[in-house]
Design a protein around this ligand. Structure first.
Ligand code: HEC
Length: 77
């Protein structure tokens, strides 16, 4: 419980489906499906933060690599 919000219940209800879609996109190596699913998951995170009066917690896709000294692009596209 966070204040009057049952976070555990709400998390399961809102993020399970988008999480599963992200996982299945990874398994099938489908970049377009991953981008769509990741965007939807991120929107779900932010929707709950707004609904719980924590709209200042804004999640976004990473804009920089955590490994700035490595070029991680595949050698063959
Ligand atoms: C069920 C509602 C809910 C969902 C869904 C949710 N959050 Fe949150 N999140 C919260 C609440 C409430 C807080 C504020 C907790 C506090 O103020 O102590 C929070 C805080 C955070 C914080 C801030 C932690 C800090 O104090 O710096 C991060 C990071 C975060 N959430 C990430 C995520 C991500 C990533 C997702 C989606 C994968 C997500 N959240 C989905 C309710 C949710």
């Amino acid at each position: 419980m966070y204040r009057k919000v049952n976070i555990a219940e709400l998390l399961a209800a809102t993020t399970r489906e988008p999480m599963e879609t992200v996982a299945s996109a990874i398994k099938s190596a489908d970049a377009a499906k991953f981008a769509e699913a990741y965007g939807r998951l991120t929107a779900t995170c932010n929707a709950c933060h707004q609904a719980t009066d924590r709209g200042f917690v804004v999640i976004q896709a990473p804009k920089i690599s955590p490994f700035p000294d490595q070029d991680l692009r595949p050698l063959k596209p």
